[in-house]
Design a protein around this ligand. Structure first.
Ligand SMILES: [Zn+2]
Length: 295
């Protein structure tokens, strides 16, 4: 499943390929791909046709193409979405959902999504705090750690008010957007904090270290071109990233911790898994008591 660095890789690719171009035709091949566009597929296509793409932006895992007249096409890749640039006439992908053609007859944009959890929608832009305009459907999403306008002190304060486990708080898109399961586990491994430790019991310095580690691991993934854990993930040129080879904890159950050699453990977490080192990241005391013989 694409996480923030992968989506940023896609955004950069898209910005190179589509900014400044005028949309000439839109073909919706599967209505589910535009289900978040309440007025339906015909309206979706009609609102894009003839418009120029001015810029491609991102917040967390949401991407948007800003069009003229303060309208945006917002996209989310879901589990398996791909935004591919292809020469018009190239064979259609099996799971092609939306095709966007341009007036210059250059490469077309294809939204391909096997599992169809992702989607596209056209929405209006609304004023944002400092940065100007943001699509109204994602105005409630918090800024992400790569956003230069992020107020890190404010995020630290929000995190330290939460009584839940730090990993759960990291994944809350209203605290800071775009930190997914893989990067949360990697960040917590780096700073040697167990994901079940209560956020409101961590010091401001610890929270700052966790957030810095999350940004660091995502920056590194971005340099590598994104994580290719899911074979369906590719960037707009159809190439995968190579970051998965450098993960220290995630997906490494039973393998030695690269820092101390103890076997990495896996535990259930919100219908997913957490990977952690039992020695470097001891479980919080309350939890340890729960599991001890004395109860
Ligand atoms: Zn360890």
């Amino acid at each position: 499943m694409p996480e923030l660095p992968e989506v940023e890789v896609v955004r950069r690719g898209l910005a190179t390929w589509v900014a400044g171009r005028e949309i000439s035709a839109v073909e919706v091949c599967h209505p589910r791909a535009v289900r978040r566009h309440a007025a339906g597929a015909l309206d979706f296509a009609g609102r894009l046709k003839g418009r120029r793409i001015e810029a491609v932006s991102r917040r967390g895992k949401y991407l948007w193409c800003r069009l003229d007249d303060d309208v945006a096409m917002v996209g989310h890749l879901g589990m398996s979405g791909q935004l591919l640039m292809l020469t018009p006439g190239a064979p259609d992908e099996k799971h092609l959902r939306v095709r966007i053609s341009f007036a210059d007859d250059g490469p077309e944009l294809r939204f391909v999504d096997q599992r169809t959890f992702g989607g596209l929608a056209v929405t209006s832009m609304v004023p944002d705090d400092a940065s100007g305009l943001v699509p109204d459907t994602i105005a409630h999403i918090a800024r992400d750690l790569m956003d230069p306008r992020l107020d890190l002190d404010a995020v630290v304060r929000v995190v330290r008010r939460r009584p839940s486990g730090i990993k759960r708080v990291l994944l809350d898109q209203q605290v800071a957007s775009g930190i997914g399961n893989i990067y949360a586990d990697e960040a917590l491994w780096r700073v040697q904090v167990h994901g079940d430790r209560a956020a409101d019991r961590l010091s401001a310095t610890q929270v700052r270290q966790v957030l810095a580690a999350a940004k660091e691991v995502m920056d590194e993934a971005l340099e590598q071109g994104g994580t290719s854990f899911d074979s369906l993930y590719v960037n707009v040129n159809g190439e995968s990233g190579y970051f998965d080879r450098r993960l220290n904890a995630y997906g490494r159950e039973g393998e030695p911790c690269p820092r101390c050699g103890t076997a990495i453990r896996r535990s259930a977490f919100m219908n997913r898994s957490s990977f952690w080192c039992p020695r470097c990241q001891p479980a919080p005391r309350a939890r340890a008591r729960q599991h001890s013989r004395d109860g």
